[in-house]
Design a protein around this ligand. Structure first.
Ligand SMILES: *Cc1c(COP(=O)(O)O)cnc(C)c1O
Length: 408
């Protein structure tokens, strides 16, 4: 049986999973209690290095912090990357507490309130505006504060990207300004005297198909340059989005970055540089940078057999790691990679179903998986917990305590 690539990224030492150089039992002692999340600092650093080596040096890499906004993680990533993408005033605060300069922070997302816009303008971050009426509000608040807001326009493209886990561009969307409306909004920006930077297109998330991503990059660049050439305002910022996926499930393969890097290099050399020589090209990544570097560790509190099926009941659940239960936007429930972290090399495999401690059948964390025999007190670890884990989960549901998070 081959080991899932995400599990293979972690070391094991005498039967035990190692995260950030520390064996799991010792990490549990350090945490003081289970369940806990542990994020491997070195794996994150390595992933940034790998991405940089595969993409052209001119591409500025941003961290989309909603994937994992733990302040220590954001601080670590901020020091490795060229900027951060935030989607709320709270996220903006976390990034501004790191050494990231405000002009390297982009603030996207629908429904920014007047209060959030005022905070963003005062901070001097780049507001990625999602509509003409948001542009109007930005201009009004800028006037009131006596500041010239730094802005970009998020565009909802007239093409769609297939194969994304989540589509966020093309067709009708709550995100961005439809391509055909862009000239009118740009005219509005001229009148309002905003500090216009350029365009942002984020077409979709969790895509594992290099060929489709290449096509999306090419279409994104073509569209942005067309818009730039017809723009009454100079364009110096092209945020091409990201959307790189990670292999959550057994049959998924890791994304091959080589064709993506080559395609981007070609686009920069032949399309962007000849037409917009001084523009700043940005891409933004969330799960690709941190998702595989994190684990969610739980302890078995009960082992029971019901009509022939063995259940391991653990002290964690969907209230901390919703995605592992299949209820975070997944259409079909599939198991995330899972292991008995203190019995990594165990060979006495048995079929088991791992469930959480919430009183709902939704709280199934691994359905009919093959694991070494585990008993009460053993540690069950769920992989892919580095992105869209704790902060994407309904932590108040059933009133259990919050887990510890550690960057190791
Ligand atoms: C969520 C988000 C991202 C990050 O998506 P990942 O799939 O985690 O890489 C990037 N950009 C924008 C605008 C987003 O909303």
């Amino acid at each position: 049986m081959s080991v899932h690539p995400t599990i293979a990224a972690f070391a094991t030492e005498r039967n035990s999973l190692v995260v950030g150089g520390v064996p799991i039992d010792r990490l549990a002692e350090r945490a003081g209690s289970t369940p806990f999340f542990a994020y491997d600092r070195q794996l994150m650093t390595d992933r940034v290095g790998y991405l940089r080596s595969a993409l052209p040096a001119e591409v500025h890499l941003h961290y989309a912090i909603k994937a994992n906004p733990m302040p220590a993680v954001v601080d670590h990533m901020a020091r490795l990357l060229d900027g951060c993408d935030v989607a709320s005033a709270m996220e903006m605060k976390v990034v501004l507490d790191t050494p990231t300069p405000a002009e390297r922070v982009s603030f996207a997302g629908p429904g920014k309130t007047r209060g959030e816009l005022a905070q963003a303008i005062a901070a001097g971050v780049t507001i990625e505006m999602e509509s003409g009426s948001e542009a109007q509000r930005v201009a009004e608040i800028g006037n009131r504060l006596g500041l010239r807001p730094r802005v970009a326009l998020r565009v909802n493209p007239d093409f769609q990207v297939k194969g994304s886990g989540m589509r966020m561009g093309g067709g009708s969307q709550q995100f961005g300004v439809d391509t055909e409306e862009v000239p009118a909004v740009l005219k509005q920006l001229v009148a309002a005297d905003l500090d216009f930077q350029g365009f942002h297109i984020f077409a979709g998330s969790q895509n594992l198909h290099a060929d489709i991503l290449c096509e999306a990059q090419s279409k994104t660049v073509e569209l942005m340059l067309e818009l730039a050439e017809r723009s009454p305002l100079p364009v110096s910022y092209l945020n091409l989005g990201g959307g790189f996926g990670i292999p959550y499930f057994d049959k998924d393969r890791s994304l091959d970055l080589a064709p993506l890097g080559e395609n981007l290099a070609r686009l920069i050399d032949t399309v962007i540089r000849p037409r917009l020589p001084h523009s700043r090209v940005v891409m933004e990544f969330g799960r690709y940078l941190v998702g595989e570097a994190g684990i969610y560790a739980t302890r078995v509190v009960d082992r029971k057999v019901s009509r022939g099926r063995t259940y391991l009941v653990v002290d964690g659940g969907m209230h901390h790691q919703l995605a592992a239960s299949g209820n975070f936007g997944q259409v079909i429930r599939r198991n995330y990679p899972v292991a008995v972290a203190n019995k990594m090399t165990g060979t006495d495999l048995e079929p088991v179903t791992v469930v959480g401690c919430l009183c709902t059948p939704l709280d199934t964390l691994a359905d009919n998986v093959s694991l070494p025999r585990a008993d009460v007190g053993d540690t069950i670890v769920f992989f892919h917990a580095g992105a869209y884990g704790l902060t994407a989960s309904p932590t108040a549901f059933l009133g259990h305590p919050m887990p510890v998070e550690m960057l190791v």
